[in-house]
Design a protein around this ligand. Structure first.
Ligand SMILES: Cc1cc2nc3c(=O)[nH]c(=O)nc-3n(C[C@H](O)[C@H](O)[C@H](O)COP(=O)(O)OP(=O)(O)OC[C@H]3O[C@@H](n4cnc5c(N)ncnc54)[C@H](O)[C@@H]3O)c2cc1C
Length: 353
């Protein structure tokens, strides 16, 4: 019995030693990566490290000196490389952070309290659109703007996908948290349109068909938050039909009371408004606008011509005061290309500074 306890104790000590030793040795992780042919990585102190770390970091608080940084950033190009990288990290006891667009408000893709490495999916952005079947396979590093552009250009602007309005947000992070945007009143959120996913699980196994056959995992991936259920390496998406003509509009309003009244009115009419109409409100505080009162951008779209849009809005929402000069008419990419929103909003903000 005594011998047995001793053996167990020695075994545990060895395990702890191996774990700590490996976890704190960047060389061992790098050695493992190299032995498996994963060569695209950068380590703390290397010339490319800061560029790789900061490129996708949207919340600059996580670039500050006191925030823990990854020992290694791995930039795989294939699902197999992701699998190999994760296997090496598992062996060394490293914490993992997976990064797609890097827009996590909480820095969940770029920081951790234990020694960690980032698997950054920036090199995995292949998109295969099947126009006939209205589906697309995307690699997990694809961002919203790339996806919209690929679908629109391959379907002559007749197909789209309901996701967010910021072109640099990652599709993976977005889908796993929902994904709300211009088409969501009509078609729901991005997570609603996922048909299948390919996932590397916690043991490093690639599961090629996560769908109704793995209902719990499939359910968790579509809204349960990113970074918790495995590493998604690809998504199969169901695309949606778009009309030939869409009108986009954007108005800048100032004054706390004006904005309050407009928001209140929108809340009363929105439930009955046609789902082809979408309006978002981008609030800007006093310090942001530089003006003595708050400002807000009311922007949105309607499936129709400018005249049809004006007729609808002047009937159900005349308080908004929409005029022809606030509108642009065209196809999905022309008017919905995120450039319109982003530029219009920032122009209005800057002109009010
Ligand atoms: C400027 C800005 C604009 C935004 N606009 C919108 C919008 O219009 N609509 C909307 O709904 N939301 C919007 N968001 C919120 C955004 O959708 C979420 O923050 C989303 O999680 C970001 O995804 P990401 O891939 O860019 O971020 P990341 O930080 O890369 O990832 C977010 C989380 O998902 C995990 N993750 C990423 N990829 C994978 C993967 N392949 N496998 C497993 N886990 C993964 C990460 O580890 C992290 O926990 C916006 C955010 C910002 C900062």
């Amino acid at each position: 019995m005594r011998q047995f306890v001793l053996c167990i104790t020695i075994f545990c000590l060895l395990c702890t030693y191996t774990r700590i030793n490996a976890a704190t040795t960047v060389d061992s992780l790098v050695g493992c990566l190299r032995s498996k042919g994963v060569l695209n990585y950068t380590t703390s102190g290397s010339p490319f490290y800061s560029t790789a770390l900061d490129f996708s970091m949207q919340n600059l608080r996580f670039t500050e000196a006191g925030v823990p940084k990854p020992a290694v950033i791995i930039l795989p190009s294939t699902a197999q490389e992701v699998q190999k990288a994760w296997t090496c990290m598992l062996r060394g006891g490293w914490a993992l952070r997976v990064r797609n667009g890097g827009h996590s408000y909480e820095g969940l893709s770029s920081s951790a309290s234990a020694p960690f490495a980032i698997i950054d999916l920036i090199n995995m952005h292949k998109i295969t659109v099947n126009v006939q079947k209205k589906t697309a396979w995307i690699e997990a590093g694809v961002r919203i703007g790339e996806l919209y552009h690929a679908i629109a250009s391959q379907s002559s602007n007749r197909l789209g996908f309901p996701a967010g309005t910021c072109s640099t947000v990652g599709m993976s992070g977005q889908i796993m948290g929902g994904g709300y945007g211009m088409l969501s009143r009509k078609y729901g959120v991005a997570a609603d349109r996922v048909l299948q996913a390919q996932v590397i699980d916690g043991n490093g196994k690639l599961i090629k068909r996560v769908s109704t056959s793995n209902p719990d995992l499939f359910w968790a991936l579509r809204g349960g938050g990113g970074g918790a259920w495995g590493i998604v390496v690809a998504w199969k998406l169901k695309l949606v039909d778009l009309p030939e003509t869409i009108t986009t509009f954007s108005l800048w309003k100032t004054g706390k009371q004006v904005i309050t009244d407009l928001v209140y009115k929108w809340q009363t009419i929105a439930p009955k408004a046609p789902p082809e109409l979408f309006i978002a409100i981008y609030m800007a505080g006093i310090s942001y606008t530089g003006s003595p009162d708050m400002g807000a951008s009311f922007y949105g779209q309607y499936w129709g011509t400018i005249n049809e849009t004006l007729a609808l809005l002047n009937k159900i929402y005349p308080e908004l005061g929409l005029s022809e000069s606030d509108c642009k008419q065209g196809n999905w990419m022309q008017v919905d290309s995120l450039v319109f929103y982003v530029l219009e909003i920032s122009n209005r903000m800057h002109s009010s500074l």
